[in-house]
Design a protein around this ligand. Sequence first.
Ligand code: FES
Length: 154
Amino acid sequence: MLTLQEKKEIEELLPNYPTRQAAGIDALVILQRHRGWISDETLGEAAEFLKMTPAELDSVATFYNLIFRKPVGRHVILVCDSVSCWVMGYDPVLDYLKKNLGIGFGETTTDGRFTLLPHVCLGACDKAPAIMIDDDLHVELDPAKIDHILSLYS
Ligand code: FES
């Protein structure tokens, strides 16, 4: 069941949309912020609240790749997987992350701390290579900087 706080936050954004259904993505973003990911149960509750079918809302959720439909770690690392980053050092950064964390794309560390995902251009092409951890953008990366950056997230 959606909490009162979750309902309140969704209700507050509804005036920005022509219909309740149009608020689907932002409603899911709110719920994901509270719950970490969007389970089938959460999706169904959100759909009911927005007067949609679960299938309609799921089609929106699966189109938007920052809605997590499976459990993720406490922190999600998005590795920019686009051309500027490929040219500017993507491979050593990704290799270091994979080796250091012991996971590949789509996987979560055994302690539940990090999930590693690819992402199309993070919008920091002039400062490539880039990753984003939660809402924090980290740019001009090289492997030597990664340990310190990861230490910022417990
Ligand atoms: S290509 Fe990596 S930030 Fe744009």
